[in-house]
Structures are given as structure tokens and as C-alpha cells.
Design a binder for this molecule. Structure first.
Ligand SMILES: [Zn+2]
Length: 363
């Protein structure tokens, strides 16, 4: 089968022919319909410091996926051949304390698909049955594949208590997950959404996803903190989602938050530890801090399926490019272009699936 693999410890990846993977008794074999490029794949493609320490070559990239189950291991009970599935990429160890306590998305022995084992940029891939999520048939593969990053967005927006209706929110960042988060926030009842980003294309997509105010992080024509205070009766917003992780985002984010509000930390800082105003930003403000690593398994998947299948949430503005898997290099080049000229990029191993998706999306 075809697979996009990291073959050597250097920049790039190669399209190679490898054997179809074999399944263990608890695994399923899936024929890929669509797979999408994530920032994590770009880190591995670029072979940055993080990936040099984490990835063992050779390895197949990719973790965001939708496909059809073609074989199941002898111990599998829930998933059947023919099921249309996506995969939760945090492959949890049921023996982790966190898993025993119901926090399946984090754990000491958790593995990540496409990071710690072969991924989904291929015609077929293998995952344990426990992380397979059966998709609603009406959700097309180009949407079903992005439920993984969409799940980050949904978890970040809703937090642990889902207390967002009738509230006001700032989202800092303009990558695909921030853009998804705008849509989720609006359908979940956020009444004023302030979007802070850098790139024209992404700010436009944010507007299509429902942002009410667009503020540039890299322009000083508007004083962002004051603007947000002025538009929230002087208090600041109820919820700040940091999806940038920059020193500026951390500094301004806490200033934009009202007393007693929630600061959700999703952006990964380029350098950590990093500076925050601990006393005024957190202690005296009575702020709640919520770190996001992954999705709530399977609560976020369930909500996203319902958001997408009902048509309540339209994520099509965020999907900017459709390519065949063979054109993976085009996809990675688009992802690495700055200023950004893309948001979410979908790859299709099968040309027929690509053509059908192009018809549906008119892209
Ligand atoms: Zn991802």
C-alpha cells in the first residue's frame, strides 16, 4: 500500500510502498477515506527539536482520519467490519490512574497515533478498538477527518462545565482549531466573540465562522485590551481561549478576562516556563485556569457528531484545500507558507473520494 513516511532523520517525508499493516487481537484495520494535516505533522515533517526527541524513524505520519473498517481482531466486540469510523488519537492505557478516574485523554502511558506509532497518511492504518469512534454516515469524510482537532476546539470552548451560553469570549490565535472554536462558541450560545489573529485569510474565515469582532494581534491601530473592556461594560470577557501561546497572548489574555472568569490554556508556548502576572492575572482575579490536552473521550466526539450531523455547525469555511495523498508535499508546503494561505488541508488516498469531496465542497 501507499504510505507517507518519515524515512530519515531530516526535513521532509517520502511516499513509499509498504506492506498493509497487521492487526492484533484488540485492533481494527481501517481503509482510509480522508486524512488531514495537523500542526503536529508539520513539526514532524520539519524535523524540529521536539520531533527529533520523540519520533522513531521510519514511521508513517498522520493522525486525523476517517475511514471504513475492513478487519477486526478476535477480541473486538463494539466495532464491526463496514463501520465508518474516526479515531481518537490519544490511545489511552486503561490502567492509568487518570483513565480509571475517567480522564482518558491524559495519562502516563498514553500513546499518540502517528507520533508514537504508525499513523494514517496511508491507504490503511491500524488502531486499538477502544479509540475508534463510529461516525454518522451523513457526515462526509472531509468533515469526519477533522473531528479530532474540532474536538480540541469543542473541549476548549465548553470547558468542564459547559457553562458558556449567554457569555462573552475572546479567542486568541487563528490556526484551524481557533477557527473551529469560533463556530463551536457561536452555536453554543456565546453572545459576543472577539477574535484576535494575524493573517487576513484566517481572520476572514473567522468572520464566516461567526466572530463578531476581529482584532489584529500584529497591528497597533486598536488597543485590544481597552477595546474589549469598552465592549464588555468595563469588566472584560467571561472566558479567554488562548490558542496562540505567545507572550503577548498570555499578557493580554489575563488582562481581558473579567474577575472570576475562565482562562483556557491550549496554545503551546515556544518557550516554557513563561511569564504571567500571577497576582493580578490569577490570584486577585479569582480566575479559573483550564489546560487542554486532547478531547474529552468520548463526550466531545458525541457533541461534535451531533453538531455536524444536524447541520447546526458548518465547518466548511475552515477547509481550504483538498489534495490526493500523493500530493502531500503540496499540502505541507501550503501549511508552512507565511503569511498563512491555508487553514485545514485534507488528503485522499483514493482519487474517487477526492473527486466526490471536490463536488461536495466545490473546491
Ligand atoms: Zn491533530
Amino acid at each position: 500500500m501507499k504510505a507517507v513516511r518519515k524515512m530519515k532523520s531530516e526535513l521532509g517525508a517520502e511516499l513509499v510502498t509498504v506492506d498493509k499493516p497487521k492487526i492484533g487481537s484488540d485492533d481494527i484495520l481501517v481503509k482510509v477515506k480522508a486524512t488531514s494535516i495537523c500542526g503536529t505533522d508539520v513539526h514532524i515533517y520539519k524535523w524540529d527539536e521536539w520531533s527529533q526527541n520523540r519520533i522513531k524513524v521510519p514511521q508513517t505520519l498522520g493522525h486525523e482520519v476517517a475511514g471504513e473498517v475492513v478487519e477486526v481482531g478476535e477480541h473486538c466486540k463494539r466495532i464491526k467490519v463496514g463501520d465508518y469510523i474516526s479515531a481518537e488519537t490519544h490511545i489511552y492505557d486503561p490502567g492509568d490512574l487518570t483513565a480509571l478516574l475517567g480522564q482518558f485523554h491524559i495519562g502516563e502511558n498514553m500513546k499518540i497515533l502517528g507520533v508514537d506509532c504508525d499513523g494514517a497518511f496511508a491507504e490503511y492504518f491500524v488502531v486499538p478498538e477502544i479509540v475508534a469512534w463510529v461516525n454518522e454516515k451523513s457526515i462526509p469524510p472531509e468533515f469526519a477527518t477533522v473531528q479530532e482537532p474540532l474536538g480540541n476546539a469543542t473541549y476548549a470552548v465548553l470547558g468542564e462545565d459547559c457553562d458558556v451560553a449567554g457569555k462573552r469570549m475572546v479567542i486568541i490565535g487563528d490556526g484551524p482549531i481557533a477557527l473551529f472554536a469560533i463556530g463551536v462558541a457561536k452555536v453554543s450560545g456565546i453572545t459576543a466573540l472577539f477574535h484576535i489573529g494575524k493573517y487576513d485569510l484566517n481572520m476572514e474565515i473567522g468572520k464566516k465562522m461567526g466572530s463578531d469582532y476581529q482584532l489584529y494581534a500584529n497591528k497597533e491601530d486598536i488597543k485590544r485590551v481597552e477595546f474589549i473592556k469598552d465592549h464588555t461594560d468595563g469588566f472584560g470577557v467571561d472566558i479567554v481561549l488562548d490558542m496562540a501561546g505567545s507572550p503577548q497572548a498570555l499578557d493580554e489574555g489575563f488582562k481581558m478576562l473579567r474577575k472570576g472568569g475562565r482562562f483556557t490554556a491550549f496554545g503551546v508556548a515556544a518557550k516554557s516556563p513563561c511569564l504571567i502576572d500571577y497576582n493580578n492575572g490569577i490570584v486577585f482575579k479569582g480566575a479559573q485556569i483550564h489546560g487542554i490536552s486532547g478531547r474529552k473521550i468520548f463526550d466531545t466526539w458525541y457533541r461534535n457528531r451531533n453538531f455536524l450531523a444536524s447541520g447546526l455547525l458548518d465547518i466548511s469555511p475552515v477547509i481550504t484545500h483538498l489534495f490526493s495523498l500523493e500530493d502531500y508535499e503540496k499540502g505541507f508546503n501550503e501549511m508552512m507558507t507565511r503569511p498563512r494561505k491555508s487553514a485545514k488541508i485534507i488528503l485522499f488516498p483514493d482519487e474517487k473520494e477526492l473527486e466526490q469531496a471536490k463536488q461536495r465542497m466545490k473546491k
